[in-house]
Design a protein around this ligand. Structure first.
Ligand SMILES: [Zn+2]
Length: 209
């Protein structure tokens, strides 16, 4: 599995470029900004991008999606519960103090348990509301890897005080969905360092019983 993790934009969202080494098919997750650099990684690995997956509709995760779609022709996927947030990108841009990326069009909704494939790689969509209503994580069972968006961080969890956020829901998503994964699952959070499910189960103050 090719997997480049690259922090993009002023909020340093972890963008993932993932590819199958044999078929060179790939996907990009959370192209928030810095599309030139993302495309350089895509070209470096000679990948044909099949999907652009957005873990949730915050501007730092979705801001560059249209530019990447124009460059690759790949469809943009987002859970439909975040479509309302996506219509607020201008408001979000003002919060963060960045220029608005304009309108982002979604080609396909990401549903719970959907499989996202690139070559032999297969990820399962886990709907994990709380940070936003439409937040999802992508789980690659064969590689024991979780792309967690802003649901789980090393030592912390996503904020729930923005529109669509719910502390009760994120706690339910964490305990009911993410903590069901094996301890040796590598977690790639939406920001900051990598961790594992076991490490967070042991020491994350929001998750210890
Ligand atoms: Zn977010």
């Amino acid at each position: 599995m090719i997997h480049e993790i690259f922090p993009v934009g002023p909020l340093q969202c972890n963008c993932s470029v993932i590819g199958d080494e044999a078929t060179r098919e790939g996907m990009v997750i959370d192209p928030g900004d810095d599309i030139e650099e993302i495309l350089a990684l895509v070209h470096k690995h000679n990948l044909q991008i099949k999907q652009i997956v957005i873990t949730h509709a915050h501007i730092d995760h979705v801001g560059g999606a249209m530019k990447l779609r124009a460059a690759t022709g790949a469809p943009i996927l987002l859970n439909q519960n975040d479509y309302a947030l996506l219509r607020m990108l201008d408001v979000q841009a003002a919060w963060v103090g960045v220029p608005t990326p304009g309108k982002v069009e979604i080609d396909q909704s990401l549903g719970s348990s959907d499989k996202i494939k690139a070559g032999s790689l297969s990820a399962t969509v886990l709907h994990t509301p709380g940070h936003t209503e439409g937040s999802v994580c992508l789980y690659f069972p064969a590689e024991k890897k979780l792309i967690a968006g802003d649901t789980l961080f090393a030592g912390s969890i996503g904020r729930t005080d923005l529109p669509g956020g719910s502390f009760d829901k994120i706690i339910r998503s964490l305990h009911g969905t993410l903590l069901k994964l094996p301890d040796d699952t590598l977690v790639v959070p939406g920001h900051g360092p990598l961790t594992t499910i076991g490490e967070e189960r042991e020491s994350n103050p929001f998750l210890v019983e």
